[in-house]
Design a binder for this molecule. Structure first.
Ligand SMILES: Cc1cc2nc3c(=O)[nH]c(=O)nc-3n(C[C@H](O)[C@H](O)[C@H](O)COP(=O)(O)OP(=O)(O)OC[C@H]3O[C@@H](n4cnc5c(N)ncnc54)[C@H](O)[C@@H]3O)c2cc1C
Length: 462
């Protein structure tokens, strides 16, 4: 199979359909347009950057200099765009207003909002049929019943819309749905008086250990300082802190490192009570609309007012049933990319250069890019996505040398073993003795003896 999937042949007059007008989908369009290929971006939401706007109140840990795509910058330069200060840190809303919305506007009719993709297939063939896969166009189905033929498809639809559930085993906990909006999968906006009133003075359980959980913990600790009676329990599946606080000052993205340090300080100050080895199995309603979380070993976290499920995301593969994808069985990322981003293995947060070759599937002309390409792996950076779509655009334009020449220099997290999904004590021990490649991952002042059962009485054995 050729890397461009034969798209330079009979289907030359057709657009490259890009699914999703997030940062990576829009960058893909800019990269394609620069090479003379016609992109058509289909966005399910009412505007470009719909997902980013949903977490618009969150400040990014990457500065502006890391958040714009080079081809997009060139396109915007012709449209009188004001370049943001490369050292400043925007919120999601500022990223959208200052870059993504102008970029969508510059792309004009090549971006269509309010169009949800519900399927991708090969014209006249389901995934079983071999004949014609190199020559027939891909066809993109939309929720309005349109069938759009495409010379290639880049799925940049992200993972924001399919967060992981509360259940420690990857399936919803019993009673999770019935708990309604008391269980939410988003970082609260504590600058909003309504949200402050909702979370202030109550008992909040934060579940998860990635950057979103650290962000929420830091915010809630601030709230606990100001509003009496606010209690925060932090439920972790792992048996100790291990690398959870990230690299601190060793992180090459200082604001990302600071997230962990702030969360560590909150634990140190007693504002956040960690609960280790807690794999939620059940959510039970208790008196006064409160909840009780029950782990698979019977332990309980009681009298919870709000649960923040910040356990990461997974790709929605439901509408890709008729394309021949090849995904890693664990991460659900393209099979050649997965070993490069596996949080159980890769070192120091480093992502090895990868592009069209690693992102290709057995289906000619079909690629996943952006956050979705990472499957269930954490620590995706927008810049990774920009380099991915630069390489894919080169491959689709027939410049295979440029497609293969991927130069991706990313900021290391300062943590040996990556962001980590470790549950075992061995990996924690390795980190704490500083034998990892980046030295100790635990910033100063983290309590070393935080127990599995809190002294605040939030946890009890059933
Ligand atoms: C809270 C948070 C903070 C982050 N901070 C940083 C940071 O500081 N630095 C950094 O580099 N990265 C950061 N990231 C990671 C990443 O860069 C962003 O998530 C980024 O938005 C990913 O871009 P994307 O284009 O791949 O996906 P998304 O931004 O999720 O965009 C996907 C788009 O596809 C649309 N869509 C979904 N399904 C369909 C469909 N079926 N049909 C049509 N359209 C569809 C969605 O509406 C959405 O607009 C952060 C992520 C989160 C969640």
């Amino acid at each position: 199979m050729s890397i461009d999937g034969g798209v330079m042949g009979v289907n030359e007059g057709l657009p490259v359909v890009v699914i999703g007008a997030g940062p990576v989908g829009l960058a893909a369009a800019a990269e394609l347009a620069e090479r003379g290929l016609e992109p058509l971006v289909l966005e399910a939401g009412p505007t470009a950057a719909t997902s980013v706007l949903e977490w618009g109140h969150v400040r990014l840990f990457s500065p502006w200099g890391w958040l714009t795509d080079p081809a997009a910058e060139r396109l915007l330069a012709g449209a009188g765009w004001t370049v943001p200060d490369p050292q400043a840190y925007p919120t999601g809303a500022e990223w959208a207003a200052g870059y993504l919305a102008p970029l969508a506007a510059a792309l004009g009719e090549r971006v269509r909002a309010g169009v949800r993709v519900v399927g991708v297939t090969r014209r006249g063939r389901d995934r079983v049929v071999d004949a014609g896969r190199e020559t027939e166009p891909l066809v993109v189905h939309t929720d309005a019943g349109e069938r759009i033929p495409a010379r290639a498809v880049i799925d940049a639809s992200g993972t924001w819309t399919s967060p992981n559930p509360l259940g420690g085993d990857g399936l919803p906990a019993t009673g999770e749905a019935a708990a309604g909006d008391r269980v939410q999968a988003a970082i609260p906006n504590l600058a909003d008086p309504v949200e402050r009133a909702r979370f202030g003075g109550g008992h909040v359980a934060v579940v998860g250990s990635g950057h979103s959980a650290l962000t929420a913990l830091a915010g809630l600790a601030g709230l606990a300082r100001e509003v009496q009676g606010t209690r925060v329990s932090w439920l972790l599946r792992r048996s100790g802190f291990g690398q959870v606080f990230g690299g601190g000052e060793a992180d090459q993205l200082p604001a990302r490192g600071a997230l962990g340090s702030r969360a560590a300080e909150a634990v140190d100050a007693g504002l956040v009570t960690p609960v280790f080895g807690f794999r939620t199995e059940r959510v039970d309603p208790v008196a006064e609309g409160r909840l009780r979380l029950v782990a698979d070993d019977g332990r309980e976290v009681d009298d919870v007012d709000e649960v923040l499920v910040l356990t990461g995301f997974r790709p929605d593969l439901s509408w890709l049933s008729e394309v021949r994808t090849e995904l890693d069985p664990a991460l659900q990322a393209p099979v050649r990319l997965a070993p490069l981003i596996d949080p159980n293995a890769h070192s120091c947060g480093t992502v090895y250069p990868h592009g069209a070759a690693e992102l290709a599937h057995p289906e000619p002309g079909f690629y996943m890019a952006g956050m979705k390409s990472y499957g269930r792996a954490p620590t995706f950076l927008a810049r990774t996505g920009y380099e991915q779509v630069r390489s894919i655009a080169d491959a689709l334009a027939g410049d295979h040398e440029a497609a293969a020449r991927v130069e991706l220099v990313l900021n290391e997290t300062g943590v040996c073993g990556g962001a980590g999904l470790f549950d075992s004590d061995e990996s924690i021990a390795e980190t704490e003795t500083g034998s990892g490649c980046c030295g100790s991952a635990v910033p100063a002042s983290v309590p070393s003896s935080a127990g599995a059962v809190s002294s605040a009485g939030a946890v009890s054995s059933a």
